[in-house]
Design a protein around this ligand. Sequence first.
Ligand code: ATP
Ligand code: MG
Length: 566
Amino acid sequence: MMSEKETPAVEENKKSLNFIEQIVEKDLKEGKNGGRVQTRFPPEPNGYLHIGHAKAVCIDFGIAERYGGICNLRFDDTNPVKEDVEYVDSIMEDIQWLGFQWKNVFYASDYFQQLWDFAVRLIKEGKAYVDEQSAEEIARQKGTPTVPGTPSPYRDRPIEESLDLFYKMNSGEIPEGKMVLRAKIDMASPNMHFRDPIMYRVIHIPHHRTGTTWKAYPMYDFAHGQSDYFEGVTHSICTLEFEVHRPLYDWFIDQLATDDYRPRQYEFNRLNMTYTMMSKRKLLQLVQEKLVSGWDDPRMPTLCGLRRRGYTPESIRNFVDSIGYTKYDGIIDVSLLEHAVRDDLNKKAVRVSGVIDPVKLILTNYPEGKTEEVEMVNNPEDESMGSRMVKFTRELWIEREDFMEVAPKKYYRLTPGNEVRLKGAYIVKCTGCKKDENGNVTEVYAEYDPQTRSGMPEANRKVKGTIHWVSVQHAIDAEVRLYDRLFLVEDPAAEKEKDFRELLNPDSLIVKRNCKVEEYLASAKPLDSFQFQRIGYFNVDPDTTDGRLVFNRTVALKDSWKKQSN
Ligand code: ATP
Ligand code: MG
């Protein structure tokens, strides 16, 4: 018996189960599959994983983890035309980066022989035939959901003939596109997938694993469920567009299975995100046409792009958790993803000073040649991260936008006659500026108040504005890459009549080459993340060399898009 005290926690836990977890718990309770839970993550190695795949990874691996089962990684490598080992390697790296570990790595191509034998068996049982019509012909005969299809003239050809031709499809004698093997099911079925679906087609391109052994390749629908069966998958979780394939999935398994065990397919809503294109084909195009710098361009929704941008695995997993799994397709606001990384980095990132667009501030009453050290808390959210000493001198870099010669009323930064606090140091009063012949401000002047530093009598005097700074003498030069959304429109995939290249945001990358950051960052390593105070979260780009630091803006501190639309 459960004690009364425990009940609320258990109840709460129940409420938070998603529908897939509920199914798994029910199956376990009923003793299905001998209490076994086995899932798989089945990417096609034809591109890099993106944030949408992360949603699938989290449920496939998450279910296995949660219920003491196993999750295998299975490469769905049934189409040699688009697939490559480069993708296999990156997929494994990205899954592990997210924090998951597969039990085994399998390839659908491992089952080519078993699938072939099963196909031969179906032909012999009169449940499959070789069709010699063109793809167009076959498509024309499909009918519509309300109009039955037309049977192929080859549908009732002798079994021996189909068998012979099927072998020829695989021997290289049959050119691509000349023949396919089709299941003989029901040309009048209301489910279009039952209208004699194609099981095999001919491809003469060598396969990245099986070389030239095979010329006849199984279609997704013929390979996927059977692979699940061969491996002992219990819960085959995929996205909603496969819901209509499920009866066919079950039909093939029913022909194949010699026991009671059945893998079951469950579908959830795929992730679509605003201002983001998720189709692998489109992402490949962006890369090939050099519209981005590569699969790992920090503007890409790929996991390697997000990693380079400064996203943490935790932020991605938290994001996926927050959006949940349902049976309804929708589109998620990309600001939720940005919120997740802000939230995570807020806990982890050291606060530093980085000046993106520097102008020099001279404290005219501060002794020349003097250097003081002021203490900066590394992270106010986490005391254990400690503090560091930062050098303060007469000449400081500040943000150009933190000074205005003529300022509006509520401008609480530097403007002649106004006081601000220099973060962690003194209160200073602006006295003026110097300009070049074009009217650009080249130097800003201020006087500091020696009584206002921490530990001094007026340390707690309040002023309305605080700005960040970097000592000129101690600053390090840096390049900062400011990213914005890659697409200008909310739902680029929906703009079907437009070329997606026209939808690209021309300002999605702005490079600032003249930035100044504090000394502390000299030892920063690629992918390290920091908060540039008052600006946002930045990480070190792998383009960084010994002589030159390069930072990516992961995300601004505040959501600037929200402001614009309000
Ligand atoms: P393709 O367009 O090449 O079919 P795909 O995006 O479906 O690409 P797969 O490699 O087949 O990519 O996907 C592997 C798994 O990830 C599948 O189970 C698929 O359902 C899932 N998946 C793909 N895209 C998303 C998405 N946007 N949201 C959630 N899951 C996804
Ligand atoms: Mg797919």
